[in-house]
Write a protein that binds this ligand. Structure first.
Ligand code: SF4
Ligand code: SF4
Length: 384
């Protein structure tokens, strides 16, 4: 049996899952006897939201223990202004690149009748969907025409931009809309603003780069149990059990359940590239607004790769983020765990995966899209 199969066998094991469900119930009973009425655990990242929904994990949690979505979908939080800029440049003759998830991301304001890169392509623009930044680098080098990359992503994706730029692989005709974001400042914002989060399931992939140590502030400053966990159902159940245990014992801490991939210090090489190429600046998150020190901006010595600097585009200002969501869309509340996708009156009416109206309905990691595609499963499924 190969390692991947072995991991799936262990982390989808039904006996293990049912034992964890029992443990979760035991800790919950203990908490109830201490007067606790509700525990809200934030799935910071979209793939944990996917695991929780796809495997029906919410259905086996005791009433009173809830899993809520967080701001961990890089497509959902990419400001509309960046999409509008990409669409505008594509319509002006640039070759525009992005990932599949961001291709259909709708902007608030139309640009010449187009709201997304997908619309721009239908209008005749040269928009190309790529799997990786390196694909765009190679392609742009081959044609030599002005090109722009809608560079969304978190700490997991941004090292690819940074290493290509630092290694001088990026051709001079390719510029970036630098939309990279850092996740710990958003987690701080979410727990401060929402105030009712009792535990956090911290992102697994991000932590492989940053190291789990970046999440220490949650237990240390806010007393919130935090578990960096993997993406299989048993991983998430272990995280929930660990958080409830820590709450019951009143000993909040940071636990790395995903130790098969994550260390405390992370990937030094990737972090070196990131700090070599990017400054960390205050940045906007769609539906939320500006969060201090939460975005990657290309350093001065690399500004020839920054589309805003190179083509003298207007720098986005704070007013650009004020109306960053379509009327009626409550993505801002969904990604802060303050509302469920089904609380949105537009959910599966005006806004569906086929016709996304708001940003959380587009990506495979978007909470509304996950609930729309997978919601309502009654039992823990696909557990062997
Ligand atoms: S890239 Fe991975 S860690 Fe980051 S939000 Fe997506 S699933 Fe979570
Ligand atoms: S259902 Fe659509 S409109 Fe409503 S919050 Fe989600 S993405 Fe926004």
């Amino acid at each position: 049996m190969d390692l991947r199969r072995l991991t799936k066998t262990i982390f989808r094991d039904s006996l293990l899952a049912s034992q964890l469900a029992k443990l979760i119930n035991d800790y919950w009973r203990l908490l109830r006897s201490n007067g606790v009425e509700e525990v809200k655990i934030m799935n910071f990242c979209g793939t944990h939201e996917y695991t929780s929904t796809h495997y029906g994990i919410r259905n086996i949690l005791p009433q009173g223990v809830s899993l809520v979505a967080g701001p961990g979908c890089p497509v959902c939080i990419t400001p509309s202004y960046y999409v509008e800029t990409a669409v505008e440049l594509a319509l002006e003759g640039f070759t525009a690149y992005t990932y599949g998830d961001a291709y259909r991301l709708p902007a608030v304001r139309e640009v010449k009748g187009c709201r997304s890169l997908s619309d721009a392509r239908m209008a005749g623009a040269d928009v190309r969907v790529v799997y990786s930044f390196l694909d765009a680098v190679r392609d742009a080098a081959s044609h030599g025409k002005p090109a722009v990359f809608l560079a969304v992503g978190f700490e997991t994706t941004c090292p690819a931009y940074a290493s290509a730029i630092a290694s001088e692989m990026v051709p001079s005709n390719l510029t970036l809309i630098s939309a990279g974001r850092l996740t710990p400042p958003a987690a701080r914002y979410a727990v401060e603003r929402v105030g009712t989060v009792s535990g956090v399931i911290a992102p697994g992939h991000v932590s492989t780069i940053t190291g789990a140590g970046v999440w220490r502030f949650l237990p240390e400053e806010y007393g919130i149990p935090t578990v960096v966990t993997g993406f299989e159902p048993v991983d998430v159940l272990i995280a929930v059990a660990t958080i409830l245990k820590q709450l019951a014992e009143n000993k909040p801490g940071l636990v790395v359940e995903y130790s098969r991939t994550v260390t405390m210090d992370g990937n030094q090489r990737a972090k070196k590239f990131l700090s070599q190429v990017f400054d960390v600046v205050d940045s906007a998150w769609r539906g939320i607004g500006f969060i201090e020190k939460s975005g990657y901006s290309l350093r001065k010595q690399f500004e020839q790769y920054d589309v805003v600097k190179t083509f003298g585009l207007r720098e986005p200002g704070k007013d650009d983020w004020k109306n960053d969501l379509m009327p009626g869309c409550i993505c801002g509340q969904v990604i802060l765990g303050a509302a469920k996708p089904t609380d949105c009156p537009l959910f599966m009416k005006r806004c569906t995966p086929g016709t996304p109206y708001g940003p959380c309905m587009v990506s495979a990691e978007g909470a509304c899209s996950i609930w729309a595609r997978l919601g309502g499963r009654e039992r823990l499924v696909e557990v062997v």
